[in-house]
Design a protein around this ligand. Structure first.
Ligand SMILES: Nc1ncnc2c1ncn2[C@@H]1O[C@H](COP(=O)(O)OP(=O)(O)OP(=O)(O)O)[C@@H](O)[C@H]1O
Ligand SMILES: [Mg+2]
Length: 324
């Protein structure tokens, strides 16, 4: 039996009377990128700090590459690369001196350290600022340097707290690509507030709210929890649209139909399937039968932002009109 690269078991963290994390369990294997999603204060950073041995859990256990973090922290930490939130770095050093220092602290030296520093500098595009003092670096370069120190020793496990935060759009793309490439040989956890990143990077995601896991699944599984999952959206001229909508309503697997005007003489007709049904074929058959002039047609995958919102906003919150 192979041991999971990352294993969290019933983690709980209290800060005085605040319970920041409660009963969190999951595993991550090599080849997986697990996304941590959740509103501010949900417990993402606190969980990551416990996984990396930076914070001691009030209760529960962490094991990294089969090594228990609480019993054997030095050995467990050697398998981890960690990009902390905000990437604290020594301001008076330069990327070159900081990476040499962290490499040595990780037990690298000689030609191996030189090679790893060279490779890492290229992977995260640090050459331009290689000998510039860290305090004068822009936010994005500091973030990239944080990522560089996390991957320098080529660890089996990577824990990255908002790795694309503060990066420009091109760098965001580069870092997502890098994370995907590295995932082939590593187990990775990233936290993010960018929901598109889940599709772009993650093989699986957990949504945290008030310190607990409220959803855990692949991006597609999470999207399928949305109310418009597999709904069919049709853009067509207003003439004939209401007649078409009436016919759609008669399809047994269609649960609801909505018409929304779109500009002067067009409208959007949306047909929602009853739970678990696929209606695309019936809808296209009807369009053909009616010989309708359809301008656009698509089947909705489901909106992750809606799923996120429903799971993380209490339904009774008056600030949101009491709606999920
Ligand atoms: N050292 C601490 N002392 C007291 N409370 C803390 C401490 N660290 C975190 N908390 C609290 O724990 C909760 C979870 O915080 P955490 O930083 O883990 O959230 P997060 O999901 O990372 O949020 P964000 O998206 O803003 O980064 C918050 O209520 C926070 O105020
Ligand atoms: Mg955080």
């Amino acid at each position: 039996m192979t041991l999971s690269r990352i294993e969290a078991f019933n983690l709980r963290k209290e800060f005085g009377s605040i319970v920041a994390v409660e009963n969190i369990s999951f595993t991550v294997e090599t080849g997986e990128v697990l996304g941590f999603l959740g509103p501010n204060g949900a417990g993402k950073t606190t969980t990551m700090r416990m996984l990396t041995g930076y914070l001691r859990p009030t209760r529960g256990d962490v094991s990294i590459c089969g090594i228990n973090m609480l019993a054997n922290p030095v050995k467990a930490k050697a398998c981890i690369g960690y990009l902390p939130e905000g990437a604290p770095l020594y301001p008076e050093m330069t990327p070159a001196t900081l990476l040499r220092f962290t490499g040595q602290a990780r037990g690298l030296g000689g030609k191996e350290l030189e090679n790893r520093m060279d490779e890492t500098a290229d992977l995260v595009n640090l050459r331009e600022v290689w000998n510039q003092s860290i305090e004068t670096l822009s936010k994005g370069y500091k973030r990239r340097l944080g990522l560089a120190q996390a991957i320098l020793h080529n660890p089996e496990v990577l824990i990255l707290d908002e790795p694309t935060d503060g990066l420009d759009p091109n760098q965001k793309q580069e870092v997502r690509l890098l994370v995907r490439q590295m995932a082939q040989s590593k187990a990775i956890i990233i936290s993010t507030h960018i929901l598109e990143e889940v599709h772009a990077v993650c093989t699986r995601a957990v949504i945290l709210a008030s310190g607990r896991i409220v959803a855990d699944g692949t991006p597609v599984e999470l999207e399928s929890m949305a109310s418009d999952h597999n709904a069919v959206t049709i853009l067509l001229p207003t003439t004939g649209a209401s007649q078409f909508a009436e016919k759609l309503e008669k399809i047994p697997t269609v649960s609801a139909v909505k018409i929304t005007p779109e500009g002067e003489d067009r409208c959007i007709v949306q047909a929602f399937p009853s739970r678990g049904s696929l209606i695309l074929t019936q809808v296209t058959d009807l369009i053909r039968e009616q010989n309708l002039n359809v301008l656009e047609l698509r089947q909705e995958p489901g909106r992750l932002d809606e799923v996120f919102r429903n799971l993380t906003i209490p339904t009774t919150d008056p600030a949101y009109g009491g709606q999920a």
